[in-house]
Design a protein around this ligand. Sequence first.
Ligand code: SAH
Ligand code: SF4
Ligand code: F3S
Length: 489
Amino acid sequence: MQIKKVNEELKYIEKIKEMNINKSPKYHILTMGCQLNENDSEKISGMLNEAGYSKTEKIEEADLIIFNTCCVRENAEERLFGKLGEVKKYKEEKGTIIAIGGCMMQEKHITNKIKESYKFVDIVFGTHTLEQFPKDLYESIKEKKKIEDIIDIDGIVYEGVPVYREDKIKASVTIMNGCNNFCTYCIVPYVRGRERSRNPQDIINEVQELAKEGYKEITLLGQNVNSYLVSQKEKGEDVNFKVKIDENLLEQSGEEKSEIIVNSFATLLLALNKIKGIERIRFISPHPKDFTDDVIEAIKNSKKVCKQIHLPLQSGSTKILKAMNRKYTKEEYLKLAEKIKKEIPEITFSTDIIVGFPGETEEDFEDTLDVVRKVDFEQVFMFIYSRRVGTVADKMENQILEEIKHERFEKLKNQVESRMQAQNKNYVGKEVEILVEGKSKNNDKMLTGRTISNKIVNFEGTDDLIGKVIKIKIISEHQWYLKGNIIGN
Ligand code: SAH
Ligand code: SF4
Ligand code: F3S
């Protein structure tokens, strides 16, 4: 894997900074996609902050507006074009620079539409040229020209892009990019390219920096985290990386070694578990087909890895799973969930489900409801199947009527919500451990945190508890959160 340290690219940050001397320009960024997309926005923010920009939540006062797009489902397009209509006036009134980046910009029919119908857009950049954003911005300002910076080559991992994170307790760390799975409904492999993993030492260094800055929780990100390093391995590259953990940041348990080998997702988890200061490690998303026993063992044996797994199901019907190219059957999924539960009894699951995939019959949908009942997920992210140009499923002839998709969605939603209510009731009276994240959004007299299973818990407490893991007794349940009292820390 070619790892490239950004250097040349960052020189443009200095050039923009010089241009901005005695000015205090502001940028507004709208993140429209998943957590990977969010982490990309943090990198754009990191570069802009260093170039002398400051962030504003008020779009009307921005000198630079950036849309970081997603295209996984249809509504994302409507949203972007709606937003573009809104910001045109800022361009006309005060020459605001408009930039669009992210996954949707890797789709030719979209960039063509922008060129034709939204001529006021200044910069269009894709997912493989993020680190070039300072150069694009510099040239757009200096030479007042339109920039299109999109490539399809995706073989490089960039290191050294500054990251600006607003949250000071929880941080996301991208460990790999791209996807090789080509699930037939999904656009991601087309817009994010093939799988490429960062080197373990670079990930460890980033997490060590986060630990030094006081971060308590990290979420490892990738489209398919449990195939970390796999595609490199398949290409015949040596992936036995000897990594080193800083002696000062090494958990002292008597037998910890600072030098270890990382050659898989499981060994990466074990290594990160040794970094002092980090209290919780999460990851999204693993793929059920790659959930090997060593990963289960690593979760079990790593104290900091949350005993909560997001295990995307997509459908409970073996026939639909095959048509989706998911590479597991209903029975294999159930068996995997059972095996994990047996090894780690306190585990909880969350999942993603699509309803209305082409050819889905009532019987197939019943299979989905059946798996939802059997696994008893704590959280279910539900989606109505959305046709994506260029995917295999888009060309299937047996598309499902919109009203049937909606009916099934409502049915699934009702089942999930009533089950969630029952689960929340079970929490009442229990003691749970939460990481305190900050003040509650709706009531600043209350603090808020999350359980290991990711449930939101609100409680009364003092600000010095923020960033600490404390014990709470749950006293009541509400639709979206639990309420509790402190019992000690
Ligand atoms: N790589 C992850 C998730 C990628 S996208 C995984 O494999 O689980 C996040 C979720 O969006 C997917 O899990 C899927 O449930 C949903 N999704 C993706 N494409 C979709 C489409 N065309 N229509 C509806 N939902 C979709
Ligand atoms: Fe899309 Fe499937 Fe890849 Fe996830 S694993 S990003 S759903 S193709
Ligand atoms: Fe994420 Fe959407 Fe791209 S889900 S990877 S931002 S298409």
